[in-house]
Every structure is written in C-alpha cells, then in structure tokens.
Design a protein around this ligand. Structure first.
Ligand code: E4P
Length: 266
C-alpha cells in the first residue's frame, strides 16, 4: 500500500514527504502549469529531496513521447516514471518504453477495458481517475475494484494507482477496493490525520498531563490523599474499609483486614 502526492508544488510536497509516509509523486501538465516552474526544475527539486518515484507526463505522438521518455529517464534516472495517456499513441509509447525497462504510468483511465490494454502494453501503473468519474455520475471506486479483480485473476503485475482523489473517504474506499497506490493532493493527505475525537481526546489528555505536573501538585498535593477512607461496596470486597496512607506521606499502606497472602502486599 503506497501513498503518492499528486502535486507539483515543491514546498507542499516537501512538507508531506518529511512525514516519512510518502512513496512517490505524480504530476501532470496542469499541476506543472500551476506551479509556475519549468517541469524539469520541479523534477530536479523532487529528486534532490530524495523522492524515488516521480511521474513525469509526456505529450505528443508516439514517437515524441518515446523520445521524451528516454531523455527524461536518462536525465533523472530511476526516479523517473514516464506518464502517457491511454490512447493508441500513448500505449505504443508505453509498450516501447516498458520493453526498455522504463517505468510507465498510463493515465486518463476511465474504464476497465482501458486498464486491460494498458496492462497488455506493459504499464507499471494504471491511473483510473476516481474523482472525474464521480463528477460524471460513474462510480470511480467501482472501476478501481474491477481493474484490481481482473489483474488478480490474470496474474498481472501492473499496479492500480487511484488518481483524481478529492477527499479522504475516497482514499479509504480506493484502498478498500484493492488499489495498490493512491495519489492524493497535499491537502487531502493532511486531512487523513484528522478526527474530531482525536482532537477532543488529546485536549483532555493534555490538560490532565499539565495538571499532574503542575508545580502546585508535584510533591505537595498528594498529601490530600492522606488518611482518606474508601468504603468498597459489599459483595465486591466483603465490605472492607481500606485506610490508605499514601507512600508519599507515610511510607505505608494499611489494608485493614486484607489477607496479604492473597493479593497486594506493600
Ligand atoms: C494524477 O495522476 C492525475 O493527473 C490527477 O490525479 C488528476 O486529478 P484531477 O482530476 O483532480 O485533476
């Protein structure tokens, strides 16, 4: 199970990558355009950060994509994954590059049939666009599930990389339906940490921790327990009354008629 960041924003990727939970990055021409940088400047920065798998999208006809793919692989080495569209040209490029052991991500996948062709072309990854399918009233996670099923049945090594993910619920659903990888925008990744009960629980734990170690209590406040008596209800402990002089104050604990051979012996 791998998580990729779907972005060309170098700083946002850096923040996510420093969590130690990120396995790669996917970019596309739109994300690169939004970054305002030259694509290769982005790839270089990501490579320098230590990111070992960067999807670099190529465009044009099969020949152009093949030449670009070879050039990017030669320039960036093992971190380069060449991203091609699921078109006849894209799949021809995929077939050629894959035979040269260059990793290829076939993108713009919207059906199981396309994923079958991409696998035949030797793709390392196929990217079904979950969000864009949902935008068009199709179940994106259902497409993920059916691709995963068919690949499993036929022993295909191509990995399913769920893309176009817009919310945390889709990450969970994509993995639940067998996606090997989810590529997600930095904001969605950050939201994966969030839960209202985690926040509420943490607030209480933080306050209790502060109280425990406040200067007022440490070393002094335990005196309040001195001489306290606890009446345990009949039927649970035979109605014994335990008088507790805490070790902090007396160095002893008096358990009344309690048989020391049976339980706690201070
Ligand atoms: C990643 O490989 C895709 O290009 C990306 O996830 C598309 O996401 P979008 O549909 O939100 O643009």
């Amino acid at each position: 199970m791998k998580i990729f960041i779907d972005s060309a924003d170098v700083w946002a990727i850096k923040d996510a990558y420093e969590t130690g939970l990120i396995d790669g990055v996917t970019t596309n021409p739109t994300l690169i355009m939004k970054s305002g940088r030259h694509p290769e400047k982005v790839y270089q920065k990501l490579k320098d950060m230590g990111i070992g798998d960067i999807s670099m999208e190529v465009v044009g006809n099969a020949e152009t994509m093949i030449n670009e793919g070879r050039r990017l692989k030669a320039k960036f080495g093992d971190c380069a994954t060449i991203k091609v569209p699921c078109t006849p040209d894209g799949l021809l490029a995929c077939h050629t590059l894959s035979k040269e052991l260059i990793r290829v991500n076939v993108t713009l996948i919207f059906s199981t049939a396309q994923a079958i062709l991409a696998a035949k072309a030797g793709a390392a990854y196929v990217s079904p666009f979950v969000g864009r399918l949902e935008d068009n009233s199709h179940s994106g996670v259902e497409v993920v599930r059916s691709i995963v099923d068919i690949y499993k049945k036929h022993g295909i090594y191509t990995e399913v990389l769920a893309a176009s993910i817009r919310d945390v619920a889709k990450v969970t659903l994509a993995f639940w339906n067998g996606a090997h990888i989810c590529t997600i925008p930095p904001k969605v990744f950050t939201k994966m940490y969030d839960h209202v009960l985690t926040d509420a629980g943490l607030k209480i734990f933080d306050e209790d921790h502060k109280t425990t170690f406040s200067s007022e209590r440490v070393g002094g406040d335990m005196d309040r327990l001195d001489g306290l008596s606890y009446d345990f209800p009949t039927g649970i402990d035979d109605g014994f009354t335990y008088t507790i002089d805490t070790p902090e104050t007396q160095g002893t604990v008096d358990f009344g008629d309690f048989d020391p051979g049976v339980g706690f012996n201070p």
